[in-house]
Design a protein around this ligand. Structure first.
Ligand SMILES: Cc1ncc(COP(=O)(O)O)c(C=O)c1O
Length: 395
């Protein structure tokens, strides 16, 4: 039997591959510090877990509305309206199992062969995978380290064409931790306002930031009507395994997303949606505490990494990733990531697995304890003797 041709165009996420290799080392008795996986290491908030238990006891164990329970959609619309300073209603919200379906469904609903999609590179690998899967043409937009991994707006303008159907934005960003400044978003909005282009604004890290709240492109005139906001519960509430996310989108797209949802999932799990209401309307201290802890870890990791010969590391403004430039080591980022895993016992991801413009960088997730981050930095510093001589020679 042969797989359908479209399967040759779908990609994967290398974080899961590296995790498998790291676990194999651990099975041989080696110690590995896991900085490869993109999920908060905190437990889901107690009041959210309790709400799910209560919902199970109350019998929220049946099918529900495809688009999501109305009171959860109300809570999401209120949350998005408040945090983004815009006005959206429950009719704009689609609740789905995780953030990923809000990449999958809108792309399936909108993209056709010949359409071009501009997306950030380095970026979340699922964007390019899904663009190709839909038969559309991926147009990578290089992020600039010197601009805190934001866009060069002139370069962005050059990439726009009559065939551009969609633009993907992600801020705070995976894998760089970059936050797109408000003025860049305003300039991008200015370029897109009069075009027949849909924006997929991946805001899954919207509440994990260390400076000003990240701006959303929906805040600029004319953009709400053509933007899909992707957000969810996975990162903000450490609920990756619950599989619950949502899209906020123009009403004309809701019906198409509902049709894809009814064909694939029927609905998102009913009791988890009750817990989602508790997450959005309950106490916020759990989120504040997690973000404060991430900030402390970020500082430990970045301060450590910038001391490593051949490493350069911008301070990330959001999410929980550091993305050091390692070109100064004279090694490829792929070889260096392997060396760190096998010889130092530190698992990170080759930046090249996030797109060609990620080559020369390594992504470290700081969703790990302060003690482990200190130990990781010490281990990296120890093996740096392997390339330090090369750094001195080129310096
Ligand atoms: C940028 C980005 N978007 C979307 C997702 C998907 O989130 P979820 O686990 O809720 O599907 C992730 C998860 O790593 C992500 O990093």
């Amino acid at each position: 039997m042969q797989l359908a041709e479209r399967m040759s165009r779908i990609g994967i996420e290398s974080a899961f591959d590296v995790l498998v290799r790291a676990r194999a080392l651990e099975a041989q008795g080696r110690s590995v510090i896991h900085l490869e996986i993109g999920e908060p290491d905190f437990p889901s908030p107690t009041h959210v877990v309790e709400a799910a238990k209560t919902a199970l006891d109350q019998g929220w164990t049946h099918y529900g509305p495809t688009q999501g329970q109305p009171d959860l959609r109300e809570a999401i619309a209120a949350h998005i309206s408040r945090t983004r300073g815009i006005t959206v209603g429950a009719q704009h919200v689609c609740v789905v199992p995780g953030g990923k379906p809000i990449i999958f469904f809108p792309m399936l609903a909108l993209l056709e062969p010949g359409d071009e999609v501009i997306y950030p590179d380095p970026g979340f690998p699922i964007y390019e995978s899904m663009i190709r899967f839909c038969g559309a043409t991926p147009v990578p937009m290089p992020l600039e380290e010197s601009r805190g991994f934001s866009f060069d707006v002139n370069r962005f303008e050059d990439l726009l064409s009559d065939r551009t159907k969609m633009v993907v934005l992600n801020s705070p960003q995976n894998p760089t931790g970059g936050v797109i400044p408000r003025e860049d978003l305003e300039a991008i909005a200015g370029l897109l306002r009069d075009r027949d282009v849909v924006v997929l604004s991946d805001e899954i890290y919207s509440e994990i930031y260390y400076g000003e709240p990240p701006a959303s492109i929906t805040q600029f005139p004319g953009m709400l009507e053509k933007t899909i906001i992707l957000d969810g519960f996975s990162k903000t509430y450490a609920m990756t395994g619950w599989r619950m996310g949502y899209g906020v989108m123009p009403e004309w797209l809701v019906d198409a997303v509902n049709k894809l949802m009814v064909n694939s999932n029927s609905c998102t799990a009913s009791f988890t949606q009750r817990a989602g209401i508790a997450a959005l309307t309950g106490p916020r201290e759990c989120v504040d505490r997690m973000v404060a802890e991430f900030r402390a870890r970020r500082d430990i990791l970045v301060e450590g990494l910038i001391q490593v010969p051949g490493f350069r590391c911008p301070v990330p403004g959001g999410a929980f990733y550091a993305f050091p430039n390692v070109t100064g080591t004279g090694m490829s980022s792929k070889d260096l990531a392997d060396l760190l895993l096998y010889e130092a016992g530190v698992a990170g991801l080759n930046g090249g697995s996030f797109g060609i413009y990620g080559d020369g960088y390594i992504r470290f997730s700081y969703a790990n304890s302060q003690a482990n981050l200190r130990e990781a930095v010490a281990r990296i510093a120890k093996v740096s003797s392997r390339w330090a001589a090369a750094v001195k020679t080129t310096a």
